[in-house]
Design a protein around this ligand. Structure first.
Ligand code: NDP
Ligand code: 0GV
Length: 293
């Protein structure tokens, strides 16, 4: 190959890569103005912060979780922040009929849906797997099956609006960490279901985007209470995390990584140096270890 070609081909590659990336749309808060959005698990944590960001952007928000009193406060704050409208539906995602009812409420009260943000998680423990099979089953219902039920019910409306599904997952849905056995199983299931569904949408020309969010440790009250004593790392801020999730959904990105380097680098190691990653993860856990035999 001539010297010119040796230089020209990589150079053309770089130019093409630059064009591809610069052609990507930038996020603008106006993208959410007037959009009809469901946020699940919005009474606390990241879900609550997402509701506030959406309200500031002028979206119509429908929030859901079990605790009605907390949701009422979130709705009031959303109205103060400038939401197009704000409403709540309370109930438990253990019940698939409830998951369906939330979507029906959006249809009846908002006349359609532009974005479905699936974020809720059932309570679990952060310690060694205790062998409780029932708990795994219950957590699968709340963290996985209800996501499927809501997606199925919302799909006709999302197809009509060319809308988006945003699935909040975790690094624990891509890598096996200690102390998250039942939780991790539910998050891995989400990747399988939604990544496969995305492929089918592509083949069938279904204009509904699916964004899977891979999060590291975030400073929500529940997460800090459960894990801060054991994990030798500082959690990232929930407000910024919530905004990054909304941006990724609005831009119809395939996956969101937050914090970027904290999730992307371990994921590279996962495929190329799995044992090294497992070792590095264990170094970030403060646990009593039995003496070597
Ligand atoms: N915080 C972290 O470190 C990380 C979090 N994530 C993910 O981010 C998302 C949000 O996490 P985070 O904000 O920390 O969670 P929180 O524990 O703060 O909030 C969980 C939400 O889910 C609701 N919820 C709990 N049980 C049920 C139920 N049975 N039915 C309906 N709603 C329920 C809770 O409200 P109520 O009790 O009123 O029902 C609450 O609104 C989750 O998907 C989580 O997996 C991912 C990686 C790290
Ligand atoms: C490169 C590595 C050192 C990075 C390791 C990051 C690990 C340790 C991070 C990534 C995802 C995190 C968990 C998570 O997704 C959600 C929750 C729910 C909460 O209620 C209790 C805490 C828990 C279990 C987090 C614990 C810490 C995890 C495993």
């Amino acid at each position: 190959m001539g010297r010119l070609q040796k230089i020209l081909i990589p150079f053309l590659g770089l130019v093409l890569a630059f064009c591809f990336y610069s052609a990507r749309e930038n996020f603008k808060p106006e993208m959410l103005k007037g959009k009809r959005v469901i946020v699940t698990g919005a009474s606390t944590g990241i879900g609550e912060q997402m509701a506030y960001h959406l309200a500031r952007m002028g979206a119509h928000v429908l929030v859901t979780a079990r605790t009605e009193a907390k949701l009422q406060k979130v709705v009031e704050r959303c109205r103060e922040l400038g939401a197009g409208s704000a409403r709540l539906v309370s109930g438990s995602m253990e019940d698939m009929a409830f998951a369906k009812r939330v979507v029906e409420a959006a249809e009846a009260e908002l006349g359609g849906l532009d974005m479905l943000i699936l974020n809720h998680v059932g309570k679990s423990y952060f310690s060694y797997f205790d062998g409780d099979v029932r708990h795994v089953q219950k957590l699968l219902d709340i963290n996985f099956l209800s996501y499927v039920a809501m997606t199925v019910s919302a799909l006709p409306m999302l197809k009509q609006s060319g809308g988006s599904i945003v699935v909040v997952s975790s690094m624990a849905g891509k890598v096996g960490f200690p102390f998250t056995v039942p939780y991790s199983a539910t998050k891995f299931a989400l990747d399988g279901f939604f990544s496969s569904l995305r492929q089918e949408f592509s083949i069938q020309n279904v204009n509904v985007s699916i964004t899977l969010c891979i999060l590291s440790f975030i400073d929500t009250e529940n997460a800090v209470r459960a894990a801060a004593d054991v994990l030798l790392m500082s959690p990232a801020p929930k407000e910024e995390c919530a905004l990054e999730i909304i941006k990724g959904g609005a831009l119809r990105q395939r996956e969101v990584y937050y914090k970027y380097a904290l999730t992307k680098i371990p994921l590279l190691l996962r495929d190329w140096a799995a044992e090294l990653l497992d070792y590095l993860v264990r170094q970030h856990y403060h646990v009593e270890r039995p003496p070597a035999a």
